[in-house]
Design a protein around this ligand. Structure first.
Ligand code: PHE
Length: 447
């Protein structure tokens, strides 16, 4: 095991906030959040989402960062150091989940890169939903092209991770996150000034609580966890590169605020445009790849705003993919003393092999299903609906009951500055988060 003295740290607090926000802001915010809001009652979903994010989300975010900062280790090593017994298993579960998510995340991320190319070259154009749907289905069902895009995306992700904590991950965050904010604000302003945008804005911002069911709440909770990168130890790993003097709750709050702002901005960029051009906001996962290119095709300036939107998605996906790869790499470095280069190449290569069946399940292997799901959907379901919430549940129990005193004293720090927050945090991680997550988990298994 390497000593903590040799561990690399973020260069500053703002560096940490940018990389953690880079992890959180991803396909979950820009691809998933708008279509979840679109199919779950618009503004009502937004209010429930905000309530969850700023209570349970903030509490579990604080717990993960604090565990990492205290232990200065990868997820499995951290739980081993703080408690031992069966607890490192939660870290192993997280590492396994990260590996699985990485394998299918790069497939979808590869599609976003392909769409930049296809929109610029004109291979995909026009606004006929049937033709756009057929083009999307034809592309993702191809046995070769999307696999090559996934390989490309995995290689770029590995290149960042190989360069290390400061020179790779932090530098990518510092350059890409401000760029991402700029692009999304530009797109939101464009969408909101379209004639006919008001209807979409009203849909997104005026809550219709008659549309709310338990399914809405469960969807909001699941989306919040995935979007905040919680439940598998990404934030434990990123927290482990924090210097022991950083104030954790305020850093956690900044990350949650940034992540939520981007989700809301994505809603403001997408839903008004969808309404202005009479498309269906409840189109589901196809909203991004089928509905939006059609919307851009009819929009003044759409010829360059369309590719720019997919550049935005690709940037968001890259900084997230890096944060999905890092816990696995950090585990190999900390616990097995493998060097960073070998560890990263091993993880990227193995995860890419698992990407191949995911990509093929969209075409050639579409008929091979288990529980009615193709390979990619099955991996997504297992990770997002089962192991992420399970990990989040166990991490809250760990922070609330098992290592609570140690973590609370770390949280209070030498100046005792956040005592009031500590009380609220304790209630959230002891009771509220475990109970709420147990509900998503049961729904995920039965739904
Ligand atoms: N939060 C990322 C997104 O919104 C995905 C992610 C999940 C990243 C879990 C790390 C850990 O796309």
């Amino acid at each position: 095991m390497t000593t903590t003295a040799a561990r690399e740290h973020w260069s500053s607090r703002i560096g940490f906030i940018l990389v953690a926000a880079g992890s959180a802001v991803g396909l979950g915010n820009i691809w998933k959040f708008p279509f979840e809001a679109g199919s779950n009652g618009g503004g009502a979903f937004l209010i429930i989402y905000l309530a969850i994010v700023f209570s349970i989300g903030l509490a579990v975010m604080t717990a993960e960062i604090l565990i990492g900062r205290t232990a200065q280790r990868n997820p499995a090593g951290a739980l081993k150091l703080l408690k031992g017994g069966p607890w490192p298993a939660v870290g192993y579960l997280g590492i396994l989940t990260a590996f699985v998510i990485l394998s299918f995340y790069v497939v979808v991320a590869g599609w976003t890169v392909a769409y930049i190319v296809k929109l610029i070259s004109g291979t995909i154009s026009g606004s006929d939903p049937d033709a756009l749907g057929a083009a999307f289905g034809g592309f993702i069902g191809d046995p070769v092209e999307p696999v090559l895009y996934a390989a490309f995306f995995m290689a770029v992700t590995a290149a960042v991770v190989i360069s290390g904590v400061r020179r790779g991950i932090e530098r990518a965050g510092r350059v890409l996150m401000p760029l991402l904010f700029l692009i999304i604000v530009l797109l939101a302003v464009r969408a909101m000034t379209l004639p006919g945008a008001a209807e979409g804005l009203a849909f997104f911002l005026q809550p219709d609580f008659s549309a709310v069911t338990t399914g809405t709440v469960v969807a909001a909770l699941g989306t919040a966890f995935f979007s905040l990168s919680l439940g598998m130890g990404t934030m434990i790993t990123y927290g482990s590169y924090l210097k022991p003097t950083e104030n954790v709750p305020s850093a956690a709050l900044s990350v949650v605020v940034l992540d939520t702002s981007v989700a809301v901005l994505a809603g403001l960029a997408i839903l008004p445009a969808v309404f202005a051009f009479g498309a269906d906001p409840a189109a589901g996962p196809g909203l991004t790849f089928i509905t939006l290119p059609g919307v851009f095709a009819q929009m003044p300036g759409g010829a360059w705003l369309g590719p720019l939107f997919f550049v935005l998605l690709a940037i968001a996906a890259l900084t997230s993919a890096v944060s999905i790869m890092e816990p696995v790499t950090a585990y190999l470095i900390d616990e097995l003393s493998i060097d960073r280069r070998t560890a990263t190449l091993g993880v990227a290569g193995a995860a890419f092999l698992l990407s191949i069946p995911s990509s093929l399940s969209m075409g050639l292997w579409a008929d091979y299903t288990l529980f009615g799901k193709g390979f990619l959907d099955l991996m997504d379901f297992l990770a997002t609906n089962i192991t992420l919430p399970l990990g989040g549940l166990l991490i809250s129990v760990f922070a609330g009951w098992i290592a609570h005193d140690r973590l609370c004293s770390e949280l209070n720090g030498p100046d005792g500055g956040v005592r009031r927050f500590t009380h609220v945090w304790a209630i959230l991680v002891k009771f509220v988060a475990p109970a709420a997550i147990a509900i998503i988990l049961i729904d995920g298994l039965t739904g």
